[in-house]
Design a protein around this ligand. Structure first.
Ligand code: NAD
Length: 317
């Protein structure tokens, strides 16, 4: 049986599949040639990440397909309903990247409170006076310890982010339309663990009482955080979005940053991917990353193994 990993797969996943007798084609086929390639090679399993779009046309053009696996969480690039109506099984690997995304939240948060994203852009190649001037302009950093992190969406990544915040000595508020209470266990390297029980608050309370807000909801039909919600946030606070573009209104965000109401933002996802607005890219108060929340070696390895395990279970049963 043949599997095409069109957006790449970790070697550990390939090894597991090959051990079970699958032939894995770990190659990138352009969108317009994909149906032809799948048919010619009699591919039964298509593995993708976020880059490959699997729409009705592709599904109709590939009668050999039995399953589609998405490495990662969001299934927005796959027409899941249509695939399933054609008898194709669709699955994802929701757990594998949570810790990596949560760590990226703190990369952006630490950038924001110590201006690292901007100082990286502005460090002088030489010149004493410019260095001293920069030192002054970046002198008013703040610590995360003792501050409050507001988490919007308390699922896998929201909770992983909360555990890291608690470990740093931060207070955590959260809002979630399903989870009203959660007990988080913080495990340490010596095997000890501490439990924290947290209760949810209304979105407006989270926004008004947090020094920083981090977004962890799935794709929404309308902005969850627009002008009104940004207006409720504490003056001088910061916001991080590693969830999905479209959850946060970027026009309202830039206005809130330019007016000085918000101090900074950290973005891994954008309303217009892969071409974020120039106003976002050039804003000195925004720490940027190109949708790499799950792009660590560890997450990729876990994703590869989970994809392989699921393919083996589904196609060899
Ligand atoms: P999850 O399903 O475990 O958690 C999402 C939570 O949001 C759920 O608890 C749900 O009840 C809550 N929720 C949904 N709509 C809400 C609303 N309107 N108000 C309040 N709560 C709401 O998902 P997850 O695995 O934690 O992923 C969270 C987000 O992160 C998703 O958008 C996912 O696509 C994104 N993600 C991004 C990257 C990246 O590379 N940046 C990687 C993985 C996942």
């Amino acid at each position: 049986m043949k599997i095409l990993a069109n957006d790449g797969i970790a070697q550990e996943g390939i090894d597991l599949l090959e051990k079970e007798g699958f032939e894995v084609k770990n190659t990138r086929v352009a969108e317009e040639q994909l149906a032809n390639y799948i048919n010619k090679n009699k591919i039964e399993g298509l593995l993708v990440r976020s880059a490959t779009k699997v729409d009705k046309k592709l599904i109709d053009g590939c009668p050999t397909l039995k399953l589609i696996g998405r490495g990662g969480v969001g299934l927005d690039n796959i027409d899941v309903k249509y695939a399933e109506s054609k008898g194709i099984q669709v699955f994802n690997t929701p757990e594998a990247s949570s810790e990596s995304v949560a760590e990226l939240v703190f990369a952006h948060l630490l950038n924001g409170v110590r201006f690292l994203h901007d100082s990286n852009r502005n460090m002088p190649l030489d010149g004493d006076s410019q260095f001293k001037q920069l030192k002054k302009s970046y002198a008013a950093g703040v610590e995360l310890r003792g501050k409050t992190l507001g988490i919007v969406g308390f699922g896998r990544i929201g909770q992983a982010t909360a555990r890291m915040a608690l470990a740093l000595g931060m207070e955590v508020l959260f809002t979630d339309h399903l989870t009203k209470e959660a007990t988080l266990s913080l495990s340490f390297f010596d095997g000890q663990s501490v439990d924290f029980t947290l209760k949810s608050s209304e979105l407006k309370e989270v926004l008004a009482n947090s020094d920083f807000v981090s977004l962890h909801v799935p794709s929404q039909d309308t902005y969850l955080i627009g002008e009104k919600e940004l207006g409720l946030m504490k003056p001088g606070s910061g916001i991080i979005n590693t969830s999905r573009g479209g959850v946060l209104d970027e026009v309202a965000l830039v206005e809130a940053l330019d007016s000085g109401h918000l101090a900074f933002a950290g973005l891994d996802v954008y309303e217009s991917e892969p071409n974020p607005e120039i106003k976002i890219l050039m804003n000195p108060k925004i720490s940027l990353s190109p949708h790499i929340g799950g792009s660590t070696l560890e997450a990729q390895e876990r994703i590869g193994i989970e994809l392989a395990d699921k393919v083996i279970k589904l196609l060899k049963k």
